[in-house]
Design a protein around this ligand. Structure first.
Ligand SMILES: Nc1nc2c(c(=O)[nH]1)N[C@H]1C(S)=C(S)[C@@H](COP(=O)(O)OP(=O)(O)OC[C@H]3O[C@@H](n4cnc5c(=O)[nH]c(N)nc54)[C@H](O)[C@@H]3O)O[C@H]1N2
Ligand SMILES: Nc1nc2c(c(=O)[nH]1)N[C@H]1C(S)=C(S)[C@@H](COP(=O)(O)OP(=O)(O)OC[C@H]3O[C@@H](n4cnc5c(=O)[nH]c(N)nc54)[C@H](O)[C@@H]3O)O[C@H]1N2
Ligand code: SF4
Ligand SMILES: [Mo]
Length: 683
């Protein structure tokens, strides 16, 4: 039988077909608007049965023994133990001493709302996501400019700028849209310090200096205004603060920024001309901006490029979403007059959206190690592997080792799970029904379906949270015994039910697709207009317009460039893996190829390094070992380091090199993307 569902093996949430026989997953493949021979194939999805039926899956709850090992437990005992720990810490140090830390794998829609609801009932404001380094800081920047994150409709664009994104490896549906537009004659511009396969296919590739995107965007804004390529009608009717933007951008002419960003003034002018004069044009911004301290200003400046050219909310431009009016089930009201969140220093970021909440995960480490702003005693880690994926792995490890109580909800025994007091085995994405964020942030709603029953003694995440809620005494707040009941409750305001979604596997729309919604509705900002100047930011002492007060050096350890002369770039999300996942799947790991540092031939020669040499990469924070790959995909003086290997090969964990000390005051983002380092051959 062929079933419809959504793949959640990475955050792209591709709609898929799954072939099931006798409750067993046989194979799965992506749905696509392209003819079969043009479709992109995902190796992770091809290996989905190997992942699901891996003999390394956690099969039953585990409880730590006195000698530091684990013993098997049943769900009753394991959940009672979690309740006992949470209750004890609440009595001793207050409910805020318990935190719920979320990784990316369980999704950010309903599966993010559930633990928020649980923790709010419990009295703790500390459900924390990793959004300060993934997606949410960009969402914040878009939202503070025009009310919500705009979605590139690259598929029907005539000019596309891919800015710090590598969809060919990370979001195959989006990559198909870009390829389709290119085949129809669209111009493709890629802004990336690395010559990715997307950059290789581009009409223009801007090999920008890592972390310096805000300067490029401001120079383009200046150039477009200077040549009158703006959409004057849009600016006059739907924006505020244009004169201020114009005057600040004047400080960032192509000539003024070119050397600092490794580009020529001609290159900047040409890209500004193409983007400024081709309609419709869309900009695909990505995670290359996210892990930079300056992400908020670079993304705002890019957002403003969309606005001055009038590419907002038009077909083939960047579209303002039509969110699905689901019920907010987080029960934040339970926290009224309760303790402040451990991320309280990021007040604007914490409150810019109804549901994102707290996203500065670095605060967890401060709470454990420095008791700042107050002590954390217990963390529940769900669907994340912070020991590998959080910046500054040594400090993160120290913190989790010192932590009094740790619970981990995962499918596999990770570096993080090894430190846990209780491990709860989660079901895979094929074993559970859920409502993902990609569905509710914009129409249509597409349901992720349970296509096989939960394996072994694993439970779906929703069931774990609901059962924990009931055991903590919140029986009224968690009345649901199936995923369907909970989803129907959340969907009630839309009039759509799970059954209807199952009857319409390609999705149901709550609202008809409309462009230029601003003509009727304005933008969801305080002024109702696109805001080139933000009074909300100014009131809190932040730059009202991007780069109003210049830019600090965005690259970590720049003050120690004499000892650490090379720029390290965390990059190369591999199409076979998702962050720290799937390295134990034999068909995907293929003898470990890919665990390497890309070094330019000129640098390699100077350093005495040849293809395959084992090298050490070092920063003031730590050292890792990898193999050298000689490749002119990076500029001399910079290297690209493979991402995600730290669970499988702890000595190759990239975040041993990164820092969490210098964070953006607005979004708490540290620059775990770009840092000064040195490379030495080991043999
Ligand atoms: N230096 C550097 N640091 C980075 C990044 C980088 O590129 N460079 N990337 C950053 C980004 S964008 C992100 S999103 C984070 C990712 O950080 P994490 O979310 O910690 O990353 P993953 O390695 O994907 O960990 C997911 C864990 O969830 C488990 N899992 C999978 N499916 C499920 C499920 O359905 N339920 C449950 N309970 N568990 C499940 C997996 O086994 C895995 O252990 O890392 C960030 N850190
Ligand atoms: N196969 C696979 N797919 C994934 C994931 C995965 O780990 N593997 N992770 C999922 C997750 S959690 C996320 S957030 C998305 C991320 O997906 P993407 O946004 O595509 O993220 P990356 O591939 O990490 O980085 C994008 C590009 O940014 C470039 N870059 C690095 N530094 C800079 C810079 O300073 N400026 C600019 N302009 N570019 C820079 C990198 O070289 C890279 O080519 O992918 C999701 N999908
Ligand atoms: S890109 Fe691959 S792993 Fe990610 S959601 Fe799509 S099919 Fe799944
Ligand atoms: Mo991410």
């Amino acid at each position: 039988m062929i079933h419809d569902t959504v793949c959640r093996l990475c955050s792209s949430c591709c709609p898929i077909h799954a072939e099931i026989e006798n409750d067993r997953l046989i194979s799965a493949w992506r749905k696509s608007f392209l003819e079969p021979e043009k479709r992109l194939v995902c190796p992770k999805l091809n290996h989905a049965p190997d992942i699901v039926y891996s003999d390394r899956r956690l099969t039953t709850p585990l409880v730590k023994t006195n000698n530091g090992g684990f013993r098997e437990a049943d769900w009753n005992e394991a959940l009672d133990k979690v309740v006992e720990l949470m209750t004890r810490h609440k009595q001793e140090a207050g409910p805020q001493s318990v935190s719920w830390l979320r990784g990316m794998a369980a999704d950010w829609g309903a599966p993010w709302d559930y633990p928020n609801r649980l923790m709010h009932c419990f009295g703790s404001p500390n459900t924390i996501g990793n959004g300060s380094i993934c997606f949410v800081s960009r969402d914040f920047a878009h939202s503070y400019t025009y009310g919500s994150m705009a979605f590139p409709e690259a598929k029907s664009a005539q000019c596309i700028i891919v800015w710090g994104k590598h969809d060919g490896n990370t979001a195959l549906g989006a990559a198909e849209g870009i390829a389709h537009a290119q085949a129809n004659g669209a111009t493709l511009i890629v802004v990336d310090p690395v010559r990715t396969s997307m950059a290789a296919k581009a009409d223009i590739w801007l090999q920008i200096k890592p972390g310096h995107d805000a300067l490029l965007a401001m120079a383009m804004i200046h150039e477009i205004i200077n040549h009158d390529w703006c959409n004057t009608e849009f600016i006059t009717n739907y924006t505020i603060g244009f004169d201020a933007l114009k005057s600040i951008a004047r400080n960032y002419t192509p000539e003024a920024v070119a050397d600092d960003i490794w580009l020529s003034a001609e290159q900047i002018r040409e890209v500004a001309r193409l983007y400024g004069t081709t309609r419709p044009a869309s900009i695909v911004d990505g995670n290359g901006l996210d892990m930079q301290r300056d992400v908020f200003d670079s993304t705002r400046a890019i957002a403003m490029l969309r606005a001055i050219t009038g590419n907002l909310d038009i077909q083939g431009g960047d579209v303002i979403p039509q969110p699905v009016p689901v019920r907010n089930i987080q029960m934040k009201e339970k926290l009224a007059n309760g303790p402040e969140s451990i991320t309280k220093h990021y007040a604007l970021f914490n409150t810019f959206s109804e549901t994102w909440g707290n996203q500065v995960q670095g605060c967890i480490i401060d709470g454990i190690l420095d008791q700042v702003p107050y002590p954390l005693k217990m963390v529940v880690v769900q669907s994340g592997n912070p020991l590998v994926t959080m910046a500054d792995s040594s400090r993160t490890r120290e913190a989790f080792q010192q932590l009094e109580s740790l619970v981990v909800i995962d499918m596999f025994m990770t570096e993080t799970a090894k430190l846990a007091d209780v491990i709860l085995p989660a079901s895979s994405c094929f074993e559970k029904t859920q409502l993902n964020r990609s569905s509710i942030r914009n129409n249509p709603i597409i349901l992720q379906n349970e296509v096989i029953r939960p394996l072994h003694n694993s439970w779906p995440d929703w069931k774990i949270v609901f059962e924990l809620g009931r055991r903590l005494g919140f029986t009224d707040e968690f009345p649901w015994h199936t995923a369907e009941e909970a989803i129907n409750y959340q969907l009630e305001p839309t009039g759509i039910t799970v059954n209807q979604l199952r009857d319409n596997p390609n999705g149901l729309r709550v609202a008809e697709l409309r462009y230029k919604k601003y003509e009727q509705d304005g933008f969801s900002t305080p002024s109702g207009h696109v805001e080139f100047v933000s009074n909300r930011l100014a009131a809190k002492g932040f730059p009202a317009t991007p780069l109003q007060h210049g830019m600090v050096n965005p690259i970590s350890f720049s003050d120690r460039a004499e000892e650490f002369p090379i720029i390290g770039i965390s990059g190369a999300r591999d199409i076979r893996f998702t962050n720290s996942q799937f390295f134990t799947i034999p068909g995907l790991v293929q003898n470990g190829t890919g665990c390497c540092v890309d070094i330019h031939p000129e640098d390699a020669k100077k350093m005495g390094i040849t293809e395959g040499t084992q090298v050490a990469v070092e920063t003031p924070k730590g050292k890792i070992k990898m193999e050298a790959r000689i490749a002119s995909i990076v500029r001399p003086g910079s290297i690209r380091i493979a991402w995600g290997w730290g669970d499988y090969k702890p000595q190759s964990g990239l975040n041993l090199l990164t820092e969490n000390d210098n964070r953006s005051a607005v979004t708490g983002t540290s620059s775990c993307r770009s840092f000064m380092c040195r490379v030495t051959p080991l043999s």
